[in-house]
Design a protein around this ligand. Structure first.
Ligand code: SF4
Length: 412
């Protein structure tokens, strides 16, 4: 047994001992029972000595980290829209049409009849604009699984984030027009041909009525996959109410905390207050994230926060608020992949007073020639910034995180 005691890393040694104990206790061959009992006693003594003399692991202990354990493990799952009665489905349809005639689906509250004109999001009523529909492998492992998440990337958006990470899709309205019925047929293709694990509606805040109609139509066509509503959290409560009973998983992104930041970077006055209300309503609708035994998420809220350079204190406020006001069992993805995009890092706009050299070109002496827009967020977030949000989340009592697999492989 000397090899058990030889490693210099004490933590590895205690882990090794406990693993050996688990193996011994799980073998039940009658002839070995006596040997096993002596061995167990011996290992218990070793374990007691180990726990006295070995220090704790060098990272903070968590309450629990397993997602494939009760109460988050489901035997089976039937998508919510399968359980909706035909009467409730008819009600949802008429509510969807009513919203399109007087649009209040997001806090912009345009109040326009989208059959006649468009509001801030620039999308009408009859159809939606879609950029990409495909199995997607860029989501969390429990969402994309082995076959991918059946993602529908909608063009247009009700926010105007200066750093938008999907700028070409959200701000430039590229793509093709689909009616709700055509959209439903694409969900079926994703299910039948793509064999995806879910239908993932990305940035659908401004087309919720059309999405509602498409889900109800897809139900009639035989769709049987969970529906994911992937949102920036700039949703009105009316919108979340309309989605209740049709969406299985909410993927809200809680972006920033202070009103000044949301005004400057998202071009929205009331983002934080709206995000708080809508995330609360989403959690009331579907609860904490639950999985089936294959490790695929089936129901609940998976919250994302993209750590922004220099704004880690806002991320800390967000995770503390979630722990205190929503649920300590909230499944969270603290994302570190921010990259300057869209308007960040572009040359500053010139004004009449700028110094101009002969010939009409900007003078190299002009300090603005060197400067770019949103310079403070014109870099990726660094490790310290990401880690401070992670630590704040753990200190607040959150314990269910999307993390890379310890073995470097696929973590579902
Ligand atoms: S969804 Fe579009 S039209 Fe409706 S309130 Fe929001 S921005 Fe305005």
């Amino acid at each position: 047994m000397s090899w058990i005691f030889s490693p210099t890393d004490n933590w590895n040694r205690s882990v090794l001992i406990s693993r050996v104990m688990v193996i011994v206790l799980s073998v039940d061959v009658p002839e070995m029972r006596e040997t096993r009992s002596y061995f167990c006693e011996f290992m218990e003594v070793i374990a007691k000595v180990s726990s006295r003399s070995f220090p704790s692991p060098p990272w903070p202990r968590r309450q629990r980290g397993l997602h494939l354990a009760p109460p988050f493990l489901l035997d089976d799952y039937i998508p919510q829209y399968q359980l909706i009665s035909s009467r409730d489905a008819a009600k949802k349809r008429s509510q969807a049409y009513a919203h399109l005639r007087n649009c209040n689906l997001c806090p912009r509250l345009c109040g326009v009849n989208r059959y006649e004109k468009t509001g801030v999001c620039l999308i009408g009523a009859e159809s939606v604009k879609v950029n990409v529909i495909a199995p997607h492998f860029g989501e969390e492992p429990c969402i994309q699984g082995h076959n991918g998440s059946g993602s529908v990337f909608f063009s247009g958006c009700n926010l105007r984030c200066v750093f938008c990470q999907n700028h070409d899709i959200a701000h430039q309205r590229n793509g093709f027009d689909l009616t709700p019925e055509e959209l439903a047929e694409w969900y079926m293709k994703l299910q039948e041909v793509g064999k995806v694990h879910n239908i993932n509606l990305v940035t659908a805040e401004h087309v919720v009525p059309q999405v509602v109609l498409s889900i109800l139509h897809a139900k009639e066509l035989g769709l049987n996959l969970p529906i994911i509503y992937n949102t920036s959290s700039f949703d009105s409560l009316d919108s979340i109410k309309l989605l209740h009973g049709l969406v299985d998983i909410y993927l809200p992104d809680f972006k920033v905390w202070s009103n000044n930041t949301s005004k400057r970077l998202l071009k929205a006055d009331n983002y934080t207050e709206t995000a708080m209300e809508s995330i609360k309503a989403m959690h009331e609708s579907v609860g904490d994230l639950c999985f089936t035994a294959d490790g695929i998420a089936k129901k609940g809220v998976l919250l994302r926060h993209l750590v922004m350079p220099g704004l880690e204190s806002e991320g800390e406020e967000i995770v503390r608020w979630l722990a205190e006001n929503i649920s300590k069992d909230m499944y969270i993805h603290i994302m570190e992949q921010y990259h300057p995009r869209a308007h960040v890092g572009k040359p500053k706009r010139r004004t009449k007073s700028d110094v101009v050299a002969p010939g009409g070109f900007p003078s190299p002496d002009d300090p603005d020639v060197q400067r770019v827009r949103y310079e403070d967020i014109n870099r990726p977030a660094n490790e310290d910034e990401v880690s401070s949000v992670q630590k704040a989340a753990q200190a607040a009592g959150l314990c269910r995180f999307v993390e890379p697999a310890a073995h470097g492989g696929f973590n579902i």
